[in-house]
Design a protein around this ligand. Structure first.
Ligand code: OOG
Ligand code: MG
Length: 263
């Protein structure tokens, strides 16, 4: 049976409450075996609506599952997007408190800032023109599903693609000055490397995540507004955190960003 707008709202409320109470819920496809991706994005949008109604401001988008390492880990086969709000941002060098989250994990990313609106099928060159800067970024994921397990793309999409918090580096460089697909990335915890990859692990070239995002948005008749932050997706699998951890990501040419983990 097709889902109604009311179903979308109900499921969005369920996930929103789970997030606010840091409580796990079963994947939606347990009760809604037929959950088309289109409906999952509608649930995601309703969830964002609940947040903006409380005063949060949308400041960008995240791409997820843009690397082979992530798709393998989650056993899912295509990229997805989610929405970022101002409340999700941890300042560079700031503190991330585990309390209030369910089972958060951190992952190494690269982010872009756009200076003009992007819509539909665009070329890499158009994406390059529209991105005024690139920066180092880490995303803190949290899934509202039991044990961070879900078995379908619609589940993760409805849950805002597991997005939770993110941190951006303070060095912003024009992407044209960088060899975007050849940047060594290294994530360290307390000075010890836990993940490393080349930036090409992200969509073959992180800028292509922006191209893919625009295509996905166009399927819903949407565009990427000027002034958006875009997280291009993780280069490696995500890492669990414990209190006292100091997590730092360094991307050659873009500098470093760190976050301290507290209980
Ligand atoms: C989905 C989100 C993946 C990324 O960067 O690949 C993601 C998940 O892992 O739960 O954000
Ligand atoms: Mg991510």
């Amino acid at each position: 049976m097709a889902l109604t707008a009311q179903n979308h709202q109900e499921l969005a409320r369920l996930l929103d409450q789970a997030r606010l109470e840091a409580r796990e819920v079963p994947p939606l496809t347990r009760t809604h075996a037929e959950l088309p991706l289109r409906d999952a994005y509608a649930i995601q949008a309703e969830g964002i609506q609940l947040r903006t109604a409380r005063g949060e401001r949308v400041i960008g988008m995240k791409m997820g599952l843009t690397s082979e390492a992530k798709r393998k880990q989650m056993n899912l086969d295509s990229p997805v997007y989610g929405v970022l709000t101002d409340k999700m941002q941890v300042p560079a060098g700031g503190v991330f408190r585990l309390q209030g989250f369910i089972h958060p994990k951190i992952e190494p990313e690269i982010a872009f800032r756009t200076s003009r609106e992007l819509r539909g099928k665009i070329s890499r060159e158009e994406a390059l023109d529209a991105c005024s800067s690139a920066m180092v970024a880490m995303e803190i994921l949290d899934s509202r599903y039991v044990d961070f397990k879900y078995f379908s793309l619609p589940d993760v999409v409805a849950d805002n693609s597991s997005s939770s918090m993110f941190v951006l580096g303070t060095t912003e460089r024009p992407p044209r000055e960088l060899e975007l697909a050849k940047l060594p990335m290294s994530m360290e915890v307390n000075g010890v490397q836990v993940q490393s990859a080349l930036s090409s692990a992200i969509s073959g070239d992180p800028l292509l995540s922006v191209v893919q995002l625009c295509e996905l948005l166009a399927e819903r008749g949407e565009s990427l507004p000027a002034g958006s932050i875009v997280l291009a997706g993780a280069a490696t699998v995500a890492h669990m955190m414990k209190p006292g951890d100091q997590v730092r990501l360094t991307v050659e040419g873009l500098g470093s960003v760190s976050v301290s983990v507290a209980a």
